[in-house]
Design a protein around this ligand. Structure first.
Ligand code: DQA
Length: 146
């Protein structure tokens, strides 16, 4: 049976395509999901792809991943920079590998994006490769969960 990877997306990522295309590109979240489903199938992984604008929902989904998933690719959006609750949720499901994902290179942007509350609890961080960041995270999770 193939392993399930949760791909979780936080606030405003439902606006991709319309939202600051100069930073995030023209792909919609549905386009990114389709790319992840294809990459997942090629890697022999089942991808469960979700988005919420609500911090508590993301906490609940991380807990669910702890029960059902082999790993998580997690773009927490702006909650990356603020959320102790998401940091704690990742620690609560340890040792499940959670990879922090960003479309943009957060380190080349505003100072407030340089700090991640998620990174110290995550297995690793992938940022700056556009939507391909998600595919790199799936490849890393394939290797980590083999
Ligand atoms: C983002 C970067 C965050 O700083 C920002 O708040 C987002 C998107 C990214 O994917 O580049 O919403 O996580």
């Amino acid at each position: 049976m193939s392993k399930t990877i949760f791909v979780l997306n936080g606030p405003n990522l439902n606006m991709l395509g319309k939202r600051e295309p100069g930073i995030y590109g023209g792909k919609t979240l549905a386009d990114i999901e389709a790319d992840c489903q294809k990459a997942g199938a090629d890697l022999g992984l089942t991808v469960d792809f979700r988005q919420s604008n609500h911090e508590g929902m993301l906490v609940d989904w991380l807990h669910e991943a702890g029960e059902k998933a082999a790993g998580v690719a997690f773009n927490a959006g702006a909650y990356t920079h603020t959320s102790v609750a998401l940091h704690d949720a990742i620690r609560a499901i340890s040792p499940l590998p959670v990879i922090e994902v960003h479309i943009s290179n957060v380190h080349a942007r505003e100072e407030f994006r340089h700090k991640s509350m998620i990174a110290p609890a995550a297995k690793g961080v992938i940022c700056g490769f556009g939507p391909h960041s998600y595919i790199l995270a799936l490849q890393a999770l394939k290797t980590l969960t083999q």
